[in-house]
Ligand binder design. Sequence first.
Ligand SMILES: C[S@@+](CC[C@H](N)C(=O)[O-])C[C@H]1O[C@@H](n2cnc3c(N)ncnc32)[C@H](O)[C@@H]1O
Length: 294
Amino acid sequence: MMSSSNMGLRFLSYPQRNLLMKLSSMPSVAAIASFGTIKRAMACRRVRCHLNLDDSSSKKRQLERVCSANSNGKFSNKEFISVDSRLYEYILSNVREPEILGQLREETASLRGSKMQVSPDQAQLLAMLVQILGAKRCIEVGVYTGYSSLAVALVLPESGRLVACERDAIYLDVARKYYELAGVSHKVDVRHGLAADTLKSLIANGEAGSYDFAFIDAEKRMNEEYFELLLQLVRVGGIIVIDNVLWYGKVADPTVNDKQTDSIRRLNKKIMEDDRVGISIVPIGDGMTICQKR
Ligand SMILES: C[S@@+](CC[C@H](N)C(=O)[O-])C[C@H]1O[C@@H](n2cnc3c(N)ncnc32)[C@H](O)[C@@H]1O
C-alpha cells in the first residue's frame, strides 16, 4: 500500500514513478507542473531565485520555490512559486480523479504518445469550467485516447453533447471503449478526421454561436486556425481553453526559435491583444490559456 505522502505517485506509471523519485532527490530541479511532462522536467531550466547559500538546505528549497518577478519593478516584486516534483506530487494527491479516468490513464501509460495526455489536475480544471458554465455543448480538438474528453463528458448533463475531433482511428478505439465503459457514449459525437474540416462543417451546418465550451489540444501549428473557427462556434460568454501555451518554458526563451515555439508565441501575443476575448494564462500542466468570448 502507498503511504499518504506518496499518494500522488498513484497517477504515475512505474518508469515515471522512478523518474519522479529521482527528481525528488535533486534539490534544484524545478519540475514542470505536468503529469505528462515529467520526463521533460529533467531538462527543465532552474528557476532563477534569490538564494542565500549559507542557509540550511530546507530553507534553500523553500526559497527556490518562492521566486520574485522583478522585471524592471513592473510587477512590484510580486512573489510566486515554482512547482518542484515534491509539490507537484502533493497537488496530484489532492486531485479527485474518477476511477474510470484512472483506468484510462493506466491503460494509456503503456501506449505511444502517452505524454500527450493532459494531467489529472488539468482534466479536473476542464471539468470544473464546464460545470461552472453549465455547459451543454462542447467541442474538443485532439482527443488521443480520450482522457480530457471523458473528464468533460462525465460532467455534462444527460442531454449534453461533446463533439470530439481526432484524426487517428487507433486512438479513437481506446477513447470509444472508455466512453462505453463510463456510460457516456450517448453524449460524445466522435468525429474522425482533420479537426479543421470538422469545425468548418459545423459552421456550414449553421451551428455558429451554439457551443458553450471548447478545448484545443492538437497540432500546435494549427492552433490559430482552430481558435478562429472555435470563436465562431462558441457563444458569447462561452469558453475556449488552449493547452501547451507555455511549451515547456520555451516561449519565454529568446534562444528558442523553432516553428512550433514561434507559432505558440505568436498566438499567445495575438490573443493577448485580442479584444474579442477575456483571457487568463494558467500555469497548470504545460500552461493553459482560458479565453472567454465577449
Ligand atoms: C495532445 S494529444 C490530445 C490529448 C488529449 N486531449 C488527452 O488529454 O488525452 C493531440 C491529439 O491530436 C490529434 N491531432 C493532431 N492533429 C490533428 C488534426 N489536424 N485533426 C485532428 N486531430 C489531430 C493527434 O492525433 C493526437 O491524438
